[in-house]
Design a protein around this ligand. Sequence first.
Ligand code: CP
Length: 303
Amino acid sequence: MRSLIDILELSTTELDELISTAYDIIENPQKYAHKCEGKKLATLFFEPSTRTRLSFEAAMYELGGNVLGFSEAQSSSASKGESVADTAKVISCYADIIAMRHPKEGAPLVASMNASVPVINAGDGGHNHPTQTLADLLTIHREKGHFDNLTVGFCGDLKFGRTVHSLIAALSRYSGVKFVLISPTELKLPDYVKENLKNDGIEFTETGDLEKAMPGLDILYMTRVQRERFFNEEDYLRLKDSYILTPEKLNGAKADMSILHPLPRVNEISVAIDNDPRACYFKQVLNGKYMRMALILKLLEVQ
Ligand code: CP
């Protein structure tokens, strides 16, 4: 039995296989419509979500399976003090696989150590979000056809943005990938992530200037400033609009640059960009469902 807590638990060969399954699902959805009949997915969301929870649920339904779960901690017995470990043991009696989101870093790992079914980390605090990375990777693959030799800019809240941490880890394994880290000083990428890049010999630069960085980018990954992780509202208000991508700011960008964002968007990408052919953030949403379907099949060992 295998869980997915960190994206690096999947080898690049396994990532390729998941991407390949996702392409097959896109082309032949009927082939997969009954693969998970009789199986149940539990979505345990202790933190708000639109995309991740509902795409997991849509994924399981499209595989012919069923779904149970909760969407807020207050409606579960966590509100009465039940531990994550006990919750995982209990839900293992009801479901074949668990997707868990939790505000505390490491909670899905604790769940996986106590569950008797696979556990998928659906986002833990400011730490990791491996299934968003699967969505991001399929999007990049569908847009660019490869991962090697891409220059990827990450812009916004690189400190608390868990999707950034997971995607950097995944892309670091491909050759010639370079990162441009664009953020205010207060929201820089955590040192431990930068240490990993240095140890792996991955080229990266840090800057506060999005427009200067723009011409060199193949991918621009915009992020929301994560209000829920700030210790005080004053800092959030000061930093929240540090970067707002507008059509004018794209003047210096490559004609085939892809703009990604894990969503939800607040203010950081103008809606005027939504119809630009480079905007990929709604494609990411759909790709997330296909990759979650592929992942559920893999972890349930369904052929
Ligand atoms: N991208 C993402 O995790 O969105 P949700 O918070 O809506 O699940």
